[in-house]
Design a protein around this ligand. Structure first.
Ligand code: ZN
Length: 300
């Protein structure tokens, strides 16, 4: 077995494309710095709407298989080699938007037993031994059932992995030192939308999304960490998003999902530390998610 990288980052997401939209710069940075970056995606996004007309025939399992390839291509752009599907490919199905009959599918993520789903992630946590976990807030950023469930699975698995009484596979109990939720500060979102609305006539999008549509938006005071992308990492993020071609149209520094509403492509990514101790710099906001992490303090 090869030696573990000293810094290990775990990200938990709902569908292929969420990781690149939310954390592309962060993933590219830490992969480039030699940290172990592990992505766990909970579903293949089989209920996603397909943007390109020539791929419009894809749906269900065929779309899931296609999105798995898009995810692999995106990870290639970010330099991330360790990406996994929760419980294996196809174990949990996309639940669709809140309130739809899709949510009643017994195989969908929304219907999954929380501890059973978390057990798959406990095994990953004990194998990878991440010091840092990144996931969504308790509303999944914007209320999608799979995003809410991904949040619950991530937080529950972090607890279970740290409990020596919970037996899972071969790994020893491991406590994740720092847990972050994806955030966007309202002032940054408002400034980005002001620039977007000025630029809109020259963009391939007819309309802009609303500021309040931005997932995970909070006041400035809730932001505890800021990862400012270098041009190389920003380019990697845009390329990773472009790799999810069934889901995203990119026109840097903007993009649109299947609703065709333009949004800013954030090349600075923001986080709120919800568990653990910040390793604060002079300006009071972390610029490194591993700040204050010393190594194997999570071993129990
Ligand atoms: Zn999603």
């Amino acid at each position: 077995m090869t030696e573990m990288a000293p810094r290990r980052l775990l990200l938990v997401h709902a569908h292929p494309d969420d990781e690149s939209i939310n954390n592309g710069v962060t993933m590219a940075r830490y992969a480039a710095e030699g940290a172990q970056v592990t992505l766990v995606t909970c579903t293949l996004g089989e209920r996603g709407e397909v943007i390109p007309a020539e791929l419009g025939h894809l749906g269900g399992a065929a779309l899931g298989a296609h999105r798995r390839e898009e995810l692999a291509a995106a990870m290639g752009e970010l330099g991330v080699s360790d990406f996994r599907l929760l419980g294996g490919a196809g174990r949990y199905r996309d639940s669709g938007m809140m309130g739809l009959a899709d949510n009643d599918d017994p195989d969908c993520l929304w219907q999954a037993d929380l501890d059973q789903a978390a057990a798959h992630l406990v095994a990953v946590i004990r194998e990878v031994r991440p010091q840092v976990l990144v996931t969504y807030d308790d509303n999944g950023g914007y209320g999608h059932p799979d995003h809410i469930k991904a949040h619950r699975i991530a937080m529950r698995a972090a607890d279970l992995a740290a409990d020596p009484a919970v037996r899972s596979g071969l790994g020893e109990a491991w406590r994740i030192a720092k847990v972050y939720w994806n955030r966007v500060p309202r002032p940054a979102a408002e400034a980005a939308f002001a620039r977007l609305n000025d630029a809109l006539p020259g963009l391939p999008f007819a309309k802009s999304a609303a500021v309040d549509d931005v997932p995970g938006m909070v006041g400035d005071d809730r932001i505890t960490a800021v990862i400012d992308g270098t041009p190389a990492h920003a380019a990697a993020k845009a390329a990773a998003m472009r790799a999810h071609a069934t889901q995203i149209v990119v026109a840097e520094p903007y993009f649109a999902l299947s609703n065709e509403l333009a949004q800013p492509l954030f090349t600075t990514e923001y986080y709120e530390l919800v568990r653990g101790t910040a390793g604060r710099g002079a300006e009071g906001v972390e610029t490194d998610l591993f700040a204050g992490v010393t190594g194997d303090e999570g071993a129990l």
